[in-house]
Ligand binder design. Structure first.
Ligand code: SF4
Length: 301
């Protein structure tokens, strides 16, 4: 069965092959597909009716993707994510209030393991020990390994770290989304920094959730840095309004060249507890900001 995959926007994760398209059909397209799958990742792009009618003459249109609450089935390498990206489990046993995963995908489900060097599981460490060991065994055949889906620092055990040490690691991602996770993040940092340098230790930091103040978010990002991580700010997209300072903070902490520059130059400000963000720093570096740019920017490419 020949399937066209149509994406509403291109990201660092979308596949590239002759049956992948972005947006409306290209002019002079002369091909018939069995099915046309319109895949929508971001809720902002959910209005796909026009797109669906444009693609109707090329095959039976099906609409899906995370933005439509798709719980996801078995993973097929290269179909909706580029080659090298793999998913060995779906769902998550936790219930973080800012996260769509539990509602969309339910509790953890282990899938067949397909080879890949970028693990995008929501919570791999919540899987059975047997499954995790099989994933590590598969990863021993891979290079430049990226745990882009994130490892839950509350579940990180010594044997995981021993396994990680046996791999050709590009980046290990953890998350520090709320200050109450600090003890677990600290414990994970103490163990991981013995074997991995900052450029391999990344940390997603959700900022702006609920009534979080910008100073609290900035302090959490700095703490992640001080613990030995290279943080990556992700602005919560459910908030009504963000001031320019929030945009500056996001930008300063999602582009590693800027973050490193600020931290290198900012020792004095750090000591004085002055926030390391603001228009002065940003205008010296240039560039734009915002969550979606952050997610598709240089760090995640
Ligand atoms: S642990 Fe991660 S995937 Fe699971 S609910 Fe929390 S944020 Fe979502």
């Amino acid at each position: 069965m020949r399937i066209a995959r149509v994406f509403t926007r291109k990201t660092s994760m979308t596949p590239v092959d002759e049956d992948v398209y972005f947006g409306v059909p290209p002019a002079l397209l002369d091909i018939k597909y069995d099915e046309v799958h319109i895949s929508c990742t971001f809720s902002l792009d959910r209005d796909v009716n026009t797109l669906a009618s444009c693609w109707g003459e090329f095959g039976t249109v099906r609409i899906g993707g995370p933005a439509f609450g798709d719980p996801g089935g078995e993973f097929t390498p290269g179909l909706y994510l580029k080659k090298g990206v793999t998913i060995t489990s779906r769902g998550c046993p936790r219930n973080c209030p800012w996260c769509y995963v539990p509602g969309r995908e339910g509790k953890i489900r282990e899938l067949e393991i397909h080879a890949g060097n970028n693990i995008q599981d929501n919570n791999l460490l919540a899987c059975s020990k047997e499954h995790i060991k099989k994933v590590f065994a598969m990863l021993r055949t891979q290079k430049a390994i990226d745990f882009g889906g994130g490892l839950d620092c509350r579940l990180l055990k010594d044997w995981h770290i021993e396994e990680l040490r046996s791999l050709k690691i590009h980046q290990i991602w953890l998350a520090y989304d709320n200050k109450r996770y600090l003890p677990a993040v600290k414990r994970a940092a103490e163990k991981l920094t013995k074997y991995f340098k900052r450029d391999k230790l990344r940390c997603y930091c959700l900022i702006g959730y609920g009534d979080e103040k910008i100073t609290t978010a900035a302090a959490r990002l700095k703490t992640a840095w001080e613990l030995g991580f290279l943080p990556f700010a992700m602005r919560y997209d459910g908030r009504h309004y963000y001031t320019k300072d929030w945009s500056d903070l996001t930008r300063n902490w999602c582009r590693q060249a800027i973050t490193r520059g600020i931290m290198k130059a900012g020792t004095e400000q750090l000591a004085n507890q002055t926030p390391l963000f603001g228009s002065q720093v940003v205008s010296a570096e240039g560039g734009g900001g915002g969550l979606y740019e952050a997610c598709g920017g240089e760090d995640n490419a």
